[in-house]
Design a protein around this ligand. Structure first.
Ligand code: GLY
Length: 563
C-alpha cells in the first residue's frame, strides 16, 4: 500500500474526480477525528483503521475493545477485496455441555457474565495483521493517539453515564468495589485509564506478543480464572486471526462484498436481497405494509437457515453460496403470500444440495483519498462483555462464548437459536451476525456500512442498502429512518418508534403479523429489553465520487470528513 504524503493527499482531493474526501464514521467523535488525523499525516484507510480501533477501545469501552474480536471487510484502490476474521475462539478446554447443569439445563448467566463467558480475544492480532499487510505508517504512530487519550482521559457523555450505571452492579459483583468501572461516572466527568495507556504502549513497542504472551497475558488469565473461567496462557499464545474470502454477490447493478462464516451476516444479507430482488421493492413506499411484508418474509426464511446451517467453517464443511443460490431462494419464497404472514412454525431450514467443498458491538466505516474502503465490526458481545475487567491492563474481556449454541433450541442473549453447526468445541469460533459490508457500483466503492445490534445487525444493513438504492434516501436519512426486524423466532415483527402508523399496524395484524413497537422495557424469554434497532455508521460515495456520511443519532456516533 502506498503512503499518502500530505501533498499527494491535497492533490487527490482537490483534483476534481480523481480522489475522495477521506471520511471516518464511528461510535465516538475522538475516534473519527483520530482516523482523519492519521490520513492527514499520509496514512491510508488501513492505518486509520488501526488507530480508530484503538481509540474506540479507550473511549467506547462498552464495545470498543482490545479484549474482544471482530471482522474487517475491505476493498482497495487496486480493486482487490478481502476480509480478516479476528473473531474470538473457544478456549482449549471448552466443551459442548460446559454451560449445562447435571439435569442438562442451561445455567443462567454462565455464558454471559464472568470468566467462563470469555472467548480468546482477537482484536490485537487483527489490527497487527491488517497493518502488516495493508498499512503504511509505523505502528507506533497509530497507537500513540490512543496511548495519550487513555492517559489524559475522555469526557463521559449522557448515554455513557446511563450505560455504565445500568451495569454498575455487575461490575461490582464481578470485579469488586475498587475496580475502575465500579465508580459512578457522570456525564462531563473525565475518564482516565492509565493502566490501558501503559498496556497500549507495551503493545506498540513490542508487538502482539506483548498481549498474547508474558505480563499482559498473565493478567488476563489471572482475571479469567479468578472469576471462574477456563482460558489458559496457551490459548492466548495460540490465537490466530484468519484471512478469509468474503462473500460476494450482486443485487441489481450493485456488487456486494460482505463477511462470510463464521459470520452469518454476509450470507443472510445475500439471501434476503436475492429473495426480494424480483419483487422490485422500490415500487412500494419505505416502511409500507408491502415493503415490510417482503422484508419480514425474506428475513424469516434466512434466519431459519442461519440456525441450522451456520457455524465455524474450520470445523465442518458448511454451505455458503448454496444458500444464496437463485433457485434455492426463489423456492424458499414460494410459500410467501401477500394475504397472510407465513407462520414461523411452518418455516424450517431449507433443503439444499451441499456441494462437496464448500446494542453491544460497534462498527466503523472508513474511506481514504484513493478509495481504499474499510468496513469493521468489532465487539465484546453484550455491553462491556463478560464484565470481567483486567484491572492491571485496563480493559474489559468479551462474553462471546454466548454466541455459541449452549444447547440446541435454547436462545442466546439475542434470542437466536442454533444447532450442531454452532455447538461448543475447543478452539472453535462462535457464529456471528456481524455484517461489515462494502457495496460497489461500476467497480467503485459506493457504500461502506455496518452496525452493532446482535441479531438485528443483518436486517439493519439490509435496510440501509434498500433505503439508499431503492427508496432514494441520502446517507444520513437512510441511517435515521426507523427500522424493522424479524428473525424467524420469536415470530414477531419489531418496529422502531415512529416506524409505522396505526393504519399500517392494523393491516399487518390483520395479516397475522404480530407487531411489537419499541421500546421493549423489560427482558422476556427470547427477547431483550431494547429501544432501538442497530446503530449504523456508513459512508456513501455517489457516481461523481462525492462522499457523504451517516452517523447514527441513536448513539453518540460521529462522522469526520476531510474537505
Ligand atoms: N456478538 C454478536 C455477534 O457476533 O453477532
Amino acid at each position: 500500500m502506498k503512503k499518502l504524503t500530505p501533498l499527494i493527499l491535497s492533490f487527490l482531493i482537490l483534483s476534481c474526480g480523481k480522489g475522495y474526501n477521506p471520511a471516518v464514521v464511528s461510535a465516538r467523535k475522538e475516534a473519527s477525528d483520530i482516523g482523519i488525523e492519521i490520513m492527514k499525516k499520509g496514512g491510508n484507510a488501513f492505518d486509520a483503521m488501526v488507530a480508530v480501533h484503538l481509540a474506540l477501545a479507550v473511549t467506547y469501552p462498552i464495545a470498543g475493545n482490545i479484549g474482544g474480536g471482530g471482522f474487517v471487510v475491505y476493498h482497495t484502490s487496486n480493486g482487490e477485496s478481502g476480509s480478516l476474521d479476528f473473531r474470538e475462539k473457544a478456549p482449549g478446554k471448552a466443551s459442548k455441555d460446559m454451560y449445562l447443569n447435571e439435569n442438562g439445563d442451561v445455567i443462567e448467566n454462565m455464558s454471559t457474565l464472568g470468566g467462563a463467558a470469555v472467548g480468546v480475544p482477537g482484536s490485537i492480532s487483527g489490527i497487527f495483521e491488517i497493518h502488516s499487510k495493508l498499512g503504511s505508517l509505523p505502528i507506533q504512530d497509530l497507537f500513540q493517539p490512543s496511548i495519550d487519550l487513555a492517559k489524559n482521559g475522555f469526557v463521559v457523555t449522557k448515554k455513557q453515564e446511563d450505560a455504565l450505571k445500568d451495569k454498575l452492579q455487575d461490575f461490582i459483583n464481578v470485579n469488586g468495589e475498587e475496580s475502575l468501572f465500579s465508580k459512578n461516572f457522570k456525564q462531563g466527568d473525565t475518564l482516565k485509564n492509565l493502566k490501558l495507556s501503559i498496556t497500549l504502549d507495551k503493545i506498540a513497542k513490542n508487538g502482539p506478543k506483548a498481549f498474547y504472551e508474558g505480563e499482559v497475558a498473565k493478567m488476563i488469565i489471572d482475571e479469567v480464572q479468578e472469576s471462574g473461567g477456563i482460558m489458559t496462557e496457551d490459548d492466548l499464545k495460540n490465537y490466530n486471526s484468519v484471512w478469509r474470502d468474503p462473500v460476494k454477490f450482486t443485487y441489481k447493478d450493485l456488487e456486494v462484498i460482505s463477511m462470510s462464516l463464521p459470520s452469518s451476516g454476509g450470507i443472510l444479507l445475500g439471501q434476503m436481497l436475492n429473495a426480494i430482488e424480483e419483487y422490485d421493492i422500490g415500487q412500494f413506499d419505505h416502511n409500507s405494509v408491502e415493503s415490510i411484508q417482503l422484508m419480514v418474509e425474506a428475513e424469516r426464511r434466512a434466519y431459519a437457515d442461519r440456525s441450522f446451517y451456520m457455524g465455524d467453517p474450520d470445523f465442518a464443511k458448511l454451505p455458503v453460496y448454496e444458500l444464496m443460490d437463485d433457485n434455492y431462494v426463489t423456492e424458499r419464497m414460494e410459500s410467501f403470500s401477500w394475504d397472510k404472514a407465513t407462520p414461523s412454525s411452518d418455516v424450517s431450514h431449507g433443503e439444499i444440495k451441499v456441494i462437496e467443498e464448500s446494542d453491544q458491538t460497534t462498527h466503523y466505516s472508513i474511506i481514504d483519498a484513493y478509495g481504499n474502503s474499510v468496513s469493521v465490526t468489532t465487539t465484546l458481545n453484550t455491553n462491556y462483555g463478560s464484565k470481567v475487567f483486567v484491572e492491571e491492563g485496563g480493559f474489559f474481556l468479551n462474553n462471546e462464548m454466548d454466541d455459541f449454541s449452549s444447547k440446541p433450541g435454547h436462545p442466546n442473549s439475542f434470542g437466536l437459536i442454533g444447532s450442531a453447526a454452532n455447538s461448543i468445541e475447543a478452539n472453535k469460533r462462535m457464529l456471528s451476525s456481524m455484517t461489515p459490508t462494502i457495496v460497489l457500483k461500476n467497480k467503485k466503492p459506493s457504500l461502506i456500512v455496518g452496525t452493532p445490534g446482535g441479531s438485528t445487525i443483518i436486517t439493519s444493513v439490509f435496510q440501509i442498502i434498500l433505503n439508499v438504492y431503492e427508496f432514494g434516501m441520502s446517507m444520513q436519512e437512510a441511517v435515521n429512518a426507523p427500522r424493522v426486524h424479524h428473525q424467524w423466532v420469536p415470530d414477531v415483527v419489531i418496529i422502531e418508534e415512529g416506524g409505522i402508523d396505526h393504519v399500517k399496524d392494523s393491516i399487518l395484524r390483520s395479516k397475522n403479523y404480530y407487531v411489537i413497537s419499541l421500546p421493549i422495557k423489560s427482558d422476556s424469554p427470547g427477547m431483550s429489553a431494547r429501544s432501538s434497532i442497530g446503530k449504523v455508521d456508513a459512508i456513501f460515495i455517489d457516481d461523481d465520487g462525492d462522499v457523504s456520511t451517516g452517523a447514527d443519532p441513536r448513539g453518540d456516533d460521529h462522522a469526520s470528513i476531510l474537505k
